[in-house]
Design a protein around this ligand. Structure first.
Ligand SMILES: [Zn+2]
Length: 152
């Protein structure tokens, strides 16, 4: 991080906290060269993340795609504000993906992160998302998948 005052890249973080529902990180920095203090807002950016699909094809990570998958799974769920809940949930998932510090991730891994989060308290949504991302078409397939998630 370059100091905006003297343009030397010698800064230290003196304070930081997440803001805006954890999608932004606010940091206070001090320049070790000139002593000026300034703040930065770092936004989660997964636009360079490569997603490997089940077919083996790759595509760039898409917030909208993840959001629509999650939003679609909330249909019928008794939520006060589905759009908002799905958006917040999507951001939580993105934050978790970011912490993995990966350059490539499989769509399966992303699905497992979503399912791991949904499993706790959104049973209906969990089932719909499971059916959606695993292309489940029959009952025995669903049972098999459910067993997997009950075990871990
Ligand atoms: Zn400086």
């Amino acid at each position: 991080m370059e100091c905006p005052y003297c343009h030397k890249a010698l800064t230290e973080v003196t304070n930081s906290r997440p803001s805006r529902g954890n999608v932004q990180i606010w940091r206070r920095r001090k320049c070790l060269n000139c002593g000026e203090i300034f703040t930065t807002h770092e936004i989660i950016d997964l636009s360079q993340l490569v997603v490997i699909k089940k077919s083996g094809k790759t595509e760039m990570f898409s917030h909208i795609k993840l959001y629509s998958g999650i939003y679609g799974a909330t249909i019928g769920a008794r939520l006060p504000n589905r759009e908002k809940t799905a958006e917040k949930f999507t951001r939580d998932v993105e934050r978790q993906i970011l912490f993995l510090k990966k350059k490539r991730i499989s769509s399966q891994e992303i699905a497992d992160i979503v399912l791991g989060k949904l499993r706790k308290d959104h049973t209906g949504t969990f089932l719909r998302f499971l059916a959606y991302c695993k292309d489940i078409t029959n009952e025995s397939q669903m049972k098999r998948e459910l067993n997997k998630y009950a075990l871990n």
